[in-house]
Design a protein around this ligand. Structure first.
Ligand code: NAD
Ligand code: UDP
Length: 312
C-alpha cells in the first residue's frame, strides 16, 4: 500500500484520481482549499478509512510523509482562473515550490498536472511535446498559461539541481462527471444550456477546435505516468487526439440531449486558441496509454450525470 497525496483532490479530475488510487488499494490524502472543488465530489469516499481530507491552500507550506504527490491544485476553467488572476499565478508557482520542496525533503515522486495551454495559440498543429508554444505573456489567459509554464520550469530545475523525482504531463481538454455545472467550460456550459432548452452560446464563429478526453481515460494516464521509473520525467501529452470544432460539439450536445436549444454566436473571447490537438506518440510508447472513450460516449455519460444532478 502506497501513501499518496493529491492536491486539488476535491476538484473534477482530482476526485476521480482519488477514487482510482483508493480502488488500487492505496492510502490517499486529499488536500484542497475548495476554491473550485467541492466536498460533494468526494463525499462517497469519506467512509473509506484509507481516505483522508485536509483543507489547505498550496500557496502555504505543508508537511506530510508520502510516497507520491500528484499536484493538481489550480483552477482550470478560464472563468475561475481569471476571477483572481494573481492568486492563480500564486497557486501555480508557489504551490509548485511548496510541493517540490516537500518532495525533495521526503524523497517522494511528484507529478505536475500541466496543460496544453503551455502551447498557447499554437502555430504548430497538432502539438508535439517539442513545441515551445505561442503564449501571450500579458493577456487575460496569461495568469494560467504562464503560471503553468513557470511550474514546468520549476519541476525541471528541481530535477536537475536537486534530483527530485519529477514527472510532468500536459493535459488537453478533459471532461466528465464532477465538472462544476457553472464553471463556464464549454462542455458543462453546453450541456447545462441544452438541458434547460436555453441558447447554446458559441464564442466566435465556432470553427476553433479542441480535442476532448474523457476523465476515466485521463486518470489512467496520470497513474501510468506516476508508475514509470525515475528516468521518465516528461513532459508527456495526455489527451484524446480526435479533434472537433466547437460548433460540432454544440450540435452533438443538442442531438444527444434532444434539446430545443438554438445555437447563438457571441463575440470571441480574448486570446482564445484557434486549434488544439495532441500528438500522443510518447504516451503510447512510454506509458502504453491511449484513450478508449470517444466524445459521443463520454458526452452521453456526462449528460446523464448533469441530468441526475439537476434532479437532486
Ligand atoms: P478543478 O477546478 O475542478 O480542480 C482544481 C482543484 O484545485 C479544486 O478542487 C480547487 O478547489 C483546488 N484548488 C485551487 N486552488 C487551490 C489552492 N490554492 N490550494 C489548494 N487547492 C486549490 O479543475 P480540474 O479540471 O479538475 O483540473 C485539475 C488540474 O488539472 C489543474 O491543475 C488543471 O490546471 C489541470 N488541467 C485540467 C484540464 C481540464 O481540461 N480539466 C486541462 C489541463 C490541465
Ligand atoms: N466556448 C464557447 N462557449 C462557451 C464556453 C466556451 O464557445 O459557452 C469556447 C471557448 O471560447 C473555447 C472553447 O469553447 O474556444 C473551449 O473553452 P473552455 O473554456 O472549455 O476551455 P479552453 O480550452 O479554452 O481552456
Amino acid at each position: 500500500m502506497k501513501k499518496i497525496l493529491v492536491t486539488g483532490g476535491a476538484g473534477f479530475i482530482g476526485s476521480h484520481l482519488c477514487e482510482a488510487l483508493l480502488n488500487q488499494g492505496n492510502e490517499v490524502i486529499c488536500l484542497d482549499n475548495y476554491f473550485t472543488g467541492s466536498k460533494q465530489n468526494i463525499v462517497h469516499l469519506l467512509s473509506n478509512p484509507y481516505f483522508e481530507l485536509i483543507r489547505h491552500d498550496v500557496t502555504m507550506p505543508f508537511f506530510i510523509e508520502v510516497d507520491e504527490i500528484y499536484n493538481l491544485a489550480c483552477p482550470a476553467s478560464p472563468v475561475h482562473y481569471q476571477y483572481n488572476p494573481i492568486k492563480t499565478v500564486k497557486t501555480s508557482v508557489m504551490g509548485a515550490i511548496n510541493m517540490l520542496g516537500l518532495a525533495k525533503r521526503i524523497k517522494s515522486k511528484i507529478l505536475q498536472a500541466s496543460t496544453s495551454e503551455v502551447y498557447g495559440d499554437p502555430i504548430t498543429h497538432p502539438q508535439p511535446e517539442e513545441y515551445w508554444g505561442n503564449v501571450n505573456p500579458i493577456g487575460i489567459r496569461s495568469c494560467y498559461d504562464e503560471g503553468k509554464r513557470c511550474a514546468e520550469t520549476l519541476f525541471f530545475d528541481y530535477h536537475r539541481q536537486n534530483n527530485v523525482r519529477t514527472k510532468v504531463v500536459r493535459i488537453f481538454n478533459t471532461y466528465g462527471p464532477h465538472m462544476h455545472p457553472h464553471d463556464g467550460r464549454v462542455v458543462s456550459n453546453f450541456i447545462m444550456q441544452a438541458l434547460h432548452d436555453e441558447d447554446i452560446t458559441i464564442y466566435g464563429d465556432g470553427s476553433q477546435t479542441r480535442s476532448f478526453c474523457y476523465c476515466d481515460d485521463l486518470v489512467r494516464g496520470l497513474i501510468a505516468m506516476m508508475d514509470t521509473d525515475d528516468s521518465v520525467i516528461g513532459p508527456i501529452n495526455l489527451g484524446n487526439p480526435h479533434e472537433f470544432t466547437i460548433k460540432q460539439l454544440a450540435e452533438m450536445t443538442i442531438e444527444l440531449t434532444g434539446s430545443k436549444s438554438k445555437i447563438v454566436y457571441l463575440p470571441a473571447v480574448a486570446d482564445d486558441p484557434t486549434q488544439r490537438q495532441p500528438i500522443i506518440n510518447k504516451a503510447k510508447e512510454i506509458l502504453g496509454w491511449e484513450p478508449t472513450i470517444e466524445l459521443r460516449e463520454g458526452l452521453q455519460k456526462t449528460i446523464d450525470y448533469f441530468k441526475n444532478l439537476e434532479m437532486r
